[in-house]
Design a protein around this ligand. Sequence first.
Ligand code: ADP
Ligand code: MG
Length: 339
Amino acid sequence: MSRIHILDPLVADQIAAGEVVERPASVVKELVENSLDAMATHIDVQIEDGGRQLIAVQDDGLGMDGEDLVLSVRRHATSKIEVLEDLTRSMTLGFRGEALAAISAVSRTHLFSRLRDQAYGFHLVVDGGQIGELVPTPMAEGTLIRVEELFFNVPARLKALKSAHAELGAIQQLLQHYAIGYADVAITLRDGEKILWHTLGNGQVPDVILQLFGSEIADSLLPVQYEQEGLIIQGFVCPAIKNRGTRQGQSLYINRRWVNNWVLRNAIEEAFRPHLPDRRYPYFWLFITVDGSEVDPNAHPTKSEVRLDHERFIAGKLYHAVQASLAANSPSEPLSVAS
Ligand code: ADP
Ligand code: MG
């Protein structure tokens, strides 16, 4: 008898899900990216028990019809690209068609969606990857995804989760990057019924920063503006020192996609060096715009690490842009360390 067998598709999906769905914050990331791709103007995120009991994301975006709703939870089902070349042109956050399949393989997921201009919507339950019946339902236009009992069928993942407080903290931090990156979208975060924060969606990045970080930070923002040869760098830095023992309050975007890039981050921190004491991290929210063909977002499963052409060159420009902004606004007195 052969020792090799093809994995049951449900098991294969659960394993593949591990790449995308590591913890509740990764579910929030994927669902919010889908809402943004669907051009939502309002996104409501509700968390219960740090995401263990419930992660619900509701939007007022384009919605899906019944047929698409069923397709959306299948692997490699996407409306966003058709051929690989589309990736360089695509401005959407998602493109692999894996997230909903992965999430619904490792939870009990309720999907509700109503296509714009349709009279009613549809409800679909996917229980640990088992797709249920499509049921017509009255609802507002847009999409609501309720992810319940995350990892109920993957005990190892469940055990690896941190406290509800820590998981909620990770969700908050992640969502901040999106709230700032999409200041034109009103985003609300709730812990149970309690609103933790919400943004106005008026397109003003400083308003979002005020909402998330308070007036002391918002009052001392310095604008950054650089534009040359197709490279645009804009956004804000903040020389305030309060509570700068962590890297919370740093967001970097390439072509509007929030990214982790230590080369670029180091360049910014280097520019801050003369202005900050040791082991204090600066606040910055910077948007880099380059030609789409210079970025490959397909370098990492979570898509938050991108491959970037001319990375060192851009890092150099970033360093100078931040340095110029800090120098132009440098007070004559050295900054004192606030509490
Ligand atoms: P991807 O985002 O990579 O395409 P997903 O698994 O995240 O893959 O989603 C699959 C498809 O389901 C998307 O391509 C989109 O067509 C649809 N979809 C998912 N979420 C939403 C939403 N909130 N609003 C409208 N359509 C959605
Ligand atoms: Mg997606």
